[in-house]
Ligand binder design. Structure first.
Ligand code: FAD
Ligand code: MLT
Ligand code: ZN
Length: 465
């Protein structure tokens, strides 16, 4: 892939010589994704220092018809941040910092490249919490989590990222800056730009800042790991827990084979003498001791075989490892087909029981790993033991999801990985309208043109180099 040397020169003028990377070894970490499934041969990486520089970079790229891909922490799991088709990477790693934070209002503004952990820490310093949490918290950025509308581990109580974002600043595909960082909570003047930008996967513009609402910090927290002898009891009870624990923060589900893999890869003791069966990891937080309510709820569930509880952060982290380390443990098995889906409430147990048969009918030696956010009937179907390029299993699982009226993306987005299947989730009319939105933000079609929307649904048609 060759890039126009005149464009490289212009980019260097805008951000400085040292902030335009072209050498293979320097661009390596920007070229491949976390899963190792999407790796580009070459790229140019631009690292702007502020919104004005981002706008200059986009205007220069638009003038040259050069496609770009915004990149935050590069932890996305659908290949949306990788320059596979000759895009220039606009990295947000120099856009870091928290501004305008208020303990009185419980709002803060963060620059797009700020890691999630830094936003969480800033919230805690104000006596609040930032609601979004996920295992990639050290690397994932606030901009990336907004661009993907990340879900994570506390959606049961607070909703996904979209529910937290009250304002954004974005540089559109034509290089215009739209800044809506006021953070008004009641804002009824038509289309809501922060909601539109959330989940846009870098296809409308580069987010440079965001204003988010914070949630109260609770003084006490309790975590329970429950094991069920009968696998299907775990997903059945996951959905029932909302009624018993209205303020529950996390209801996470996994199975014995996943726990065994995590324990073996990370050399951890298993929590109970029996490993088989289904598991729920449940966390509640309150200003009064939440343990009695959690214990009562666990006693009210049918089929609980073993329970371990934790009431301090060290003991709780030990229980969370069995759930959070699934992603990394499964990644040690080679190419992973990651299908992040959701089914309507009430269907989780049926879906989890049917998926392995659907996989093995096509790939008898493949292994299916199921875990996820049981409280929202959201499942990560991970399949190992098949070629990275073999899409038959992916298609069959996602067709089952569609047949059960589910969603082909619960939280990771569409990216490149799921684009061929967008027709399962969006009608032609929806794609036409969404293509029109894309064209309004990005008239020359340079913003991440190979993800989220099929190219033929756009107007005008883009021809990135
Ligand atoms: P990137 O990977 O860099 O980019 C992701 C997408 O956002 C790309 O399309 C990119 O172009 C776009 N983008 C990035 N920054 C900007 C910006 N400033 N402006 C416009 N577009 C931008 N996800 C969940 O939802 N829930 C989980 O529980 C979860 N757990 C994870 C656990 C692990 C171990 C890993 C590796 C990943 C996990 N993820 C999870 C996926 C990932 O962390 C999220 O998708 C996260 O939101 C990506 O943030 P990022 O900064 O790394 O974005
Ligand atoms: C999770 O819930 O752990 C993440 O979304 C990551 C994954 O799907 O592997
Ligand atoms: Zn998840």
């Amino acid at each position: 892939m060759t890039f126009d040397p005149r464009l490289i020169g212009e980019l260097r003028q805008i951000v400085g010589e040292a902030q335009v990377l072209t050498e293979r070894d320097l661009t390596e970490r920007y070229r491949g994704d976390w899963t190792g499934r999407f790796i580009a041969n070459s790229t140019v990486v631009v690292r702007p220092a502020d919104t004005e520089q981002v706008a200059g970079v986009i205007r220069a790229c638009a003038d040259h018809g050069q496609a770009v891909v915004p990149q935050g922490g590069n932890t996305g799991l659908v290949g949306g941040s990788v320059p596979l088709s000759g895009e220039v990477v606009i990295s947000t790693e120099r856009l870091v910092g928290v501004e305008d934070a208020s303990g009185r209002t419980g709002h803060l503004t963060a620059l797009a490249g700020t890691p999630l952990t830094a936003v969480q820490a800033a919230a805690r310093e104000l006596g609040w919490e930032y609601a979004v949490d996920l295992a990639a918290r050290d690397s994932a950025t606030i901009g990336g989590t907004i661009a993907t509308n990340a879900g994570g581990l506390r959606v049961a109580r607070y909703g996904d990222t979209r529910a937290q974002v009250v304002g954004v600043e974005v540089v559109t595909g034509s290089g215009e800056v739209i800044s809506d960082l006021g953070g008004t909570l009641r804002n009824n003047i038509g289309y809501h730009l922060p909601s539109l930008l959330t989940g846009s996967e870098g296809t409308l513009g580069v987010l440079t800042s965001a204003r988010v609402r914070l949630v109260p910090h609770f003084a006490q927290r309790a975590t329970a790991l429950m094991r069920f002898d009968v696998r299907s009891d775990a997903p059945e009870n996951a959905e029932a827990l909302h009624r018993l624990l209205p303020d529950v923060e996390s209801i996470e589900v996994f199975f014995g084979e996943g726990l065994e893999l995590v324990a073996s890869v990370f050399d951890l003791p298993t929590p109970f003498s029996t490993v088989d069966g289904g598991y729920l990891l449940v966390e509640v937080a309150d200003n009064r001791d939440p343990l009695p309510t959690l214990t009562d709820a666990s006693a009210a569930l049918s089929g609980v075989g073993d329970v371990a509880v934790a009431q301090n952060s060290t003991a709780s982290s030990k229980l969370w490892r069995y759930r959070e380390l699934h992603t990394e443990a499964i990644a040690t098995l080679g190419a992973v087909h990651k299908l992040d889906v959701a089914v309507p409430p009430g269907s989780l147990a049926e879906f989890m029981a049917r998926v392995p048969d659907v996989v093995n009918a096509l790939a008898p030696t493949a292994q299916t790993w199921l875990f996820g956010h049981g409280g929202e009937s959201a499942v990560h179907v991970n399949v190992t033991g098949i070629d990275a390029d073999d899409h038959n299993v992916d298609d069959a699982v996602l067709e089952l999801v569609a047949e059960m009226n589910g969603s082909i993306s619960a939280e990771h987005g569409i990216g490149r990985a799921k684009l061929p299947l967008i027709g399962l989730a969006r009608s032609e009319a929806e794609l036409r309208v969404l293509g029109g939105v894309k064209a309004a933000f990005d008239p020359s079609g340079i913003m991440n043109p190979y993800v989220l929307l099929p190219r033929s649904d756009r107007s005008p048609s883009d021809t990135p180099t």
